[in-house]
Design a protein around this ligand. Structure first.
Ligand SMILES: *Cc1c(COP(=O)(O)O)cnc(C)c1O
Length: 371
């Protein structure tokens, strides 16, 4: 085991969880939108989205993306526009909805999908575009106004906001007021973790209600299957973990931001940022899931990771290879991938977890100067 692991998730302690487990023992309700799920949704909608719109819990964000896309895709569409610089779950959700991912390059600075390219594709592909799935890369407060207007004009938008729960941006919590779907992951490796879980938000309450039927076998009120549904419900146990985590989350967010800032300071002090290393131009108050950084163009990110490994430091290359280089997706359509290729060749994902100390961060950055 590495002595500095890449991630060191820390969910709730047993003592904080126990009262909720006792409630489950008393209610004997273990799933099917039970009381703890209902409370988790209510608290999140009120505290994070100021009561605007609606939310529904899901058993993970991948199911959430599939559910949202299946309910809003245009009937004669074929393609889902999305970045290649994302996790496999984004293009997989398109395939599960009988659609094809169409990969679009990202911007050089914030690593989010290039909207100029999106606009060009909309004019050449027209009605063949079934939906668009932008990804708020590593939690950045990606501008949503353009996508909101597309959604209102009839082109459905599902935002992959897997890393964005707890992000405070220009207009409050990320996604608040968005008319399409915003899908958050509560996987244990994300900043707000319940094990396996997720949440779909939309300003459109009818859309969320529709998704809720879809994630419950497509049942109508009379328990007849009317929609092409599946079982996407969150059980009461992860909902208990979520409720027990909420009071601690503001502190977890600030711990993660503190570690991120130590990295920025150390990278600056050791002059790495003036020697070709680069940071994502991230916006908003992000509860960083890990520390992404680009190595200088002339270096090889895998060699840097090897150098770190020799000092018992575990690092990764999220998302390298980018999706268009994975075997399942390599034949799908794509734009030029200039920035995606460049970023994925240089990306180094460094350890970031809540109990990390400044000396650990300094040790990692010092090791990078030798690479
Ligand atoms: C983690 C992640 C997902 C999948 O979330 P799950 O809850 O594990 O299904 C989807 N997209 C991105 C970009 C992610 O990082």
């Amino acid at each position: 085991m590495m002595n500095i692991p890449f991630l060191r998730p820390h969910l709730v302690n047993q003592e904080d969880l126990s009262p909720y487990l006792r409630e489950i023992d008393a209610s004997r309700q273990y799933s099917n939108f039970g009381p703890l799920n209902a409370r988790l949704e209510k608290v999140i909608l009120g505290d994070y989205f100021d009561g605007v719109g609606a939310v529904t819990t899901v058993n993970n964000a991948t199911t959430g993306l599939i559910l949202a896309l299946s309910r809003c895709k245009r009937p004669h569409g074929k393609y889902v526009l999305m970045p290649s610089f994302t996790f496999s779950a984004t293009p997989l959700s398109a395939l599960w909805c009988g659609l094809e991912p169409y990969f679009v390059d990202v911007n050089k600075d914030d690593w989010c999908m290039d909207t100029v390219m999106v606009e060009e594709l909309l004019s050449t592909l027209g009605d063949q575009v079934a939906a668009i799935m932008p990804y708020a890369t590593f939690g950045t407060d990606m501008a949503l106004t353009y996508y909101a207007s597309l959604h209102d004009s009839g082109i459905p938008i599902i935002v992959d906001a897997a890393a964005s729960f707890g992000v405070n941006g220009q207009y409050g919590h990320f996604g608040k007021g968005f008319p399409g779907a915003v899908v958050f992951s509560f996987h244990a490796t994300k900043s707000f973790g319940v094990g396996e879980g997720g949440l779909i938000y939309s300003r459109d309450e009818g859309f969320i209600s529709d998704i809720r039927h879809t994630e419950n076998f497509g049942f109508t009120e009379g328990r007849e299957t009317a929609l092409k549904g599946l079982n996407g419900k969150m059980s009461e146990y992860p909902a208990a973990i979520g409720l027990a985590t909420l009071p601690a989350y503001p502190h977890k967010i600030s711990e993660r931001q503190k570690v991120h800032q130590w990295y920025v300071d150390a990278l600056t002090d050791k002059r790495l940022l003036s020697e070709g290393w680069e940071l994502q131009a991230a916006k908003g108050r992000v509860p960083y899931q890990f520390m992404p950084v680009l190595c200088p163009p002339e270096k090889n990110n895998h060699e840097i990771i090897e150098t770190l490994n020799q000092d018992q430091i575990e690092a990764r290359t999220y998302f390298s290879p980018p999706c268009h280089q994975h075997p399942l997706f390599s034949n799908h359509k794509r734009t030029t991938m200039h920035h995606t290729d460049h970023i994925s060749r240089r990306i180094v994902s460094l350890p970031l977890w809540e109990e990390m100390t400044e000396p650990l961060v300094e040790r990692i950055v010092k090791r990078m100067t030798f690479s």
